[in-house]
Every structure is written in structure tokens, then in C-alpha cells.
Write a protein that binds this ligand. Sequence first.
Ligand code: ADP
Ligand code: MG
Ligand code: MG
Length: 252
Amino acid sequence: SSTLTIKDLHVAVEGKEILKGVNLEVKTGEFHAIMGPNGTGKSTLSAAIMGHPKYEVTKGTVTLDGQDVLEMEVDERARAGLFLAMQYPSEISGVTNADFLRTAINSRRGEGNEIPLMPFIKKLDQTMQLLEMDVNMGQRYVNEGFSGGEKKRNEILQLMMLEPKIAILDEIDSGLDIDALKVVAKGINSMRNENFGCIIITHYQRLLNYITPDYVHVMMQGRIVKSGGPELALRLEAEGYDWIKKELGIED
Ligand code: ADP
Ligand code: MG
Ligand code: MG
């Protein structure tokens, strides 16, 4: 099993402190949801773990099984078993989806342990079928001309093909209609096993109707201020965030 450990993480963007001491531990086999009002630092957390150059870690640590993630180059983070779906997946012109995935898988598996072509194709076909994706999506350039919904689906395809240890999915549900949301949830749920853990960042409770997290965390003003089980997400849906602010004496 693997553990991602975030300790007292402080992150600044353009000199302004956004994360003010985030603590979180995610183990394989666990699904964690992070919820919170807009602008509280959820995407900043994901970007900092991803190694986005704009996000400066000013204090604290992020480790995967004791290895310092913050010291790793971005591709090393992926090879170590982290998967970070960004809120706005980028396009890669001239590289087909299938080639991109095979290269990414092989980069994780390492030299001499590459996935043979036939098993790769079989897995790609099966996964695309589960995600109800058009077969042509494999031969299209990565995310080029994809609709918002297709990009999200494609992220889940990447997730399922790469089989990371720990994934961070930032607003994977934003802009999806209900059918696409169900498909995305089906993909993530199909990953539920003892070798996979994830952090699902979402502004809305809606996604959590289809993916039941083991833990729900609330982020406010750059910190995780409350943690609980799935019932916490339901209460947030019904009552919003004001009761937490009151409970904690937070003003905004
Ligand atoms: P959330 O994902 O919870 O909505 P974000 O992490 O996106 O919140 O943003 C938290 C705060 O950090 C906001 O005030 C936002 O304006 C600021 N911020 C985040 N990223 C950047 C950036 N690249 N440049 C400038 N400010 C940023
Ligand atoms: Mg935001
Ligand atoms: Mg965000």
C-alpha cells in the first residue's frame, strides 16, 4: 500500500499566501473528497502537488511513501505513481491519444518493462468502451478540438490506463451534463481497489451522489477546517458553509 502525506503545507502564488497549513493523509484504497467555497485554495493544493511553477511551497512537506514529492520533477511525480488531472486539461497537437497513453504508461513502467502492443490495445478498447467513448478518440490528437465533456472523459481514460497509486481530480465534474457525469463516476468507481487512492476536489455535492467518498474534507481560507464521512457532504449540500464558519468563528 502507498500513502500520500501532506504536512503543514503553505503555498504562495505571486507572493500571496494561499495555502496556510494543509494537513492530509491519503492511502491507497481510500477515496477522499475535498469541498469548499470558491477561491479557498483547492486548485492551489492540486497545482502545488503537481509541481506547477507558479505555486511556491513556502513551508511544509508532501511525501509519497516517505519520498519527497516536492523535490521531484513533474514527470518523476507521475512515475512515482501520482496522477494529477488539471482543471483545464491541455491539448497536445500532433500526438494521438493512443500514442500519448502508451508513452505515458511505458514511462511509468520503465525501460525493459514496456507494455506489449496487443495488451495495450485491448485495454484501451475496453476502457474506452466502459467510458462510452467513440473509438476514433484514440486516433485523435490529445484533447485537440475535444469538447469540455470529452476532455473530462479523456482524463478518466488517462487515469484508468495509467493506474496511478494516488490521483488528484480537480473539478472533474465541472461543466458535465448528467449523462457524462455518470460515465465519469463509473470510470472512477471502476478504479476502486486496494492499490488506488484518490482526492476528488469538487465545488458541488452532485458528483458525490455517484461516487461515495470514505472521507470528506472542507477547505476554507487555505486550510482543511473540518473532516468527516459522506454525511458531511450531504449536510453541506443542504445547509451550505455558513454553519461551519459559525462553528469555527470564521468571518468573510
Ligand atoms: P479554489 O480552487 O478553491 O476555487 P484556487 O486555488 O483556484 O481556489 O484559488 C485560491 C486563491 O488563489 C484565489 O484567491 C485565487 O485568485 C488565487 N490564485 C490561484 N491561482 C492563481 C494564479 N495562478 N495567479 C494568481 N492568483 C491565483
Ligand atoms: Mg476556482
Ligand atoms: Mg478550483
